[in-house]
Every structure is written in C-alpha cells, then in structure tokens.
Design a protein around this ligand. Structure first.
Ligand code: NAP
Length: 248
C-alpha cells in the first residue's frame, strides 16, 4: 500500500486520515503528544517530535512515505516549516491543508494583534473580565494582566497564570447557545482568540457579536515558502494527497 504521512493534531487532520484510510492508503498520523488525542484516529499513529527537519526527512525515507500531508494547526508554524523543508529534501510531494481564517463581518468589534503579548496588552485595556482561548502553551503571555481571566483550554494551561483567573478545561465543538451562556454567566467583557479558522470553535465569535463584546484576534503566522517544494494548498487535502500519489 502507498504510504501517506499526515502531520496532525487537529480535527481536520483526523478527517483526512479517515478518508485516506477508507480509500485504501496506508496512513500514518503524526501527533506532537501535547494532548491526549490518538483515540479513534484512523490508520497508524506515531506520537512525539521527529527531532527537527532532518529527523522528519529521515523518518520519511525510512518508512517509504510517498506523500506528506501537513494538516497541522495554522499556528503550528515550526512544524509546517519543517514539513516544507523535509519535503524539499526528500522530493516527496507536500499537500498542506487549507483552513481559511475568520473574517470580521457587520456588527463585529475585532481588534487585530500580531501575537499573544500584544493580545494580552490590548485585551487588558478593553475590559476587566477576559475569556482567553489561545491555548495551553500561550497562557503565560497573560500572566501580567490586571484583568480577571477565564482561561479555557483542552489541557491545563502552562504557568505562570494571571493573578486573578479561573481555568476551564473544555474542547470544541462549541455551540452558540453554550457560548452565550458562558459569556453571560461569567460576565465576560472581552474575548481573546487566535485566528484559527474552522467551524468547531467559531461560536464564541458569534456570541461576542450578539452581546456587543470586543474580540482580540491574534493574526496567523505566515505559511512557509520553500524553494523547490511543490506546495499544494487545498481544502480537500485527502483528495489532493490521492492525486499526488497517482502522480508520484
Ligand atoms: P510547533 O510549535 O509548530 O512545533 C514545535 C515542535 O513540536 C516541532 O518542531 C515538532 O518537534 C513537534 N511537533 C509539532 N507538531 C507535530 C506533529 N504533528 N507530529 C510530530 N511532532 C510535532 O507546534 P505547536 O504549535 O506546539 O503544535 C503542536 C501540535 O498541536 C501540532 O500537531 C498542532 O497541529 C496541534 N495544535 C496546535 C495548536 C496551536 O495553536 N499551535 C492548536 C491546536 C492544535 P520536532 O522538531 O522534534 O519534530
């Protein structure tokens, strides 16, 4: 069977793996191991880093990978760069999953910021009760804010944490009704998020708009550009991977 390596850790990555496995490919999903997420992933699963670009390229050669799918989160910039460089080094076609970012619409009050440090600074100036949904690893950026923070993440946030905070462990998909209840119930004044895109967790944006709350939106890192790599950015990564296999 033709072997496809899917760099995952996201809901769309699981769907890509499922579709490729159902289509008769040998699929290995690679997970960083940050959260408990391997249950129910179709095909084979490997967990943990490769040891940089060279380690990833070596793994691909050793396991006869014919197509590499980068289905990591849009903010996993290091892994995406490694994928692009490893694809260039091995000559293996790379398919990168496209997940369009969210865009503000009528009634939205979004404050675009370039990074988490700016998000903490701007949000702290906008209100005294923040919902922070930027993930476990970035929580420390909010350690110095004066506002009370509801820190929502899948796994417990990495310290240091704000002086006044509550941790809420939860994972999407979230509903509009649920998000409205959360924002109202905790008297949230500002919502802080990365521009992850996708439908599973966007209800907080709709809820913020409905309640007239500002949203501090962290912009995405730029996707990698590597000379010599045929980067195929597509919404249907499973279909593109099958097409790349057919060409390989
Ligand atoms: P990152 O900063 O881009 O990568 C840091 C290092 O983690 C990489 O150099 C690599 O180690 C390892 N790594 C990352 N993704 C991996 C994967 N799928 N398989 C094997 N090793 C991986 O990554 P991150 O932002 O910490 O994200 C880690 C994982 O969580 C990714 O799989 C991503 O899809 C998922 N995720 C991230 C976010 C986010 O906001 N960043 C949100 C939801 C899910 P080596 O150099 O040793 O290979």
């Amino acid at each position: 069977m033709r072997h496809v390596l899917v760099l995952g850790g996201t809901a769309p990555a699981r769907e890509v793996a499922r579709r490729l496995a159902a289509g008769g490919c040998r699929v290995t999903s690679s997970l960083a191991g940050r959260v408990r997420e391997s249950a129910g992933v179709a095909g084979e699963v490997r967990v943990g880093g490769f040891g940089g670009t060279d380690g990833l390229a070596a793994w691909m050669r050793e396991h006869d990978v014919e197509v590499l799918v980068d289905a990591t989160h849009p903010f996993a910039a290091t892994m995406s760069a490694h994928a692009a460089h490893a694809a260039a080094a091995t000559g293996v076609p790379l398919v990168r999953l496209d997940r369009p970012g969210w865009e503000a619409g009528p009634g939205d009050d979004w404050h675009a910021v370039p990074d988490l440090a700016a998000a903490a600074r701007v949000a702290d100036g906008l209100g005294d009760r923040l919902l922070v949904t930027t993930g476990r690893q970035g929580a420390a950026a909010f350690a110095q804010v004066a506002a009370w923070c509801l820190m929502r993440s899948i796994e417990p946030p990495d310290p240091p944490l704000p002086a006044r905070h509550e941790v809420l462990l939860d994972r999407g998909p979230f509903t509009l009704e649920g998000e409205l209840a959360l924002l109202r119930g905790r008297d949230i004044e500002v919502v802080v998020t990365k521009n992850s895109g996708g439908g599973d967790v966007r209800a907080k944006l709709d809820a913020a708009r409905d309640l007239g709350l500002p949203v501090v939106m962290v912009a995405r890192p730029r996707p990698p550009r590597v000379a010599g790599v045929d980067l195929t950015v597509v919404p249907d990564a499973a279909g593109a991977a099958r097409a790349a296999l057919a060409r390989a």
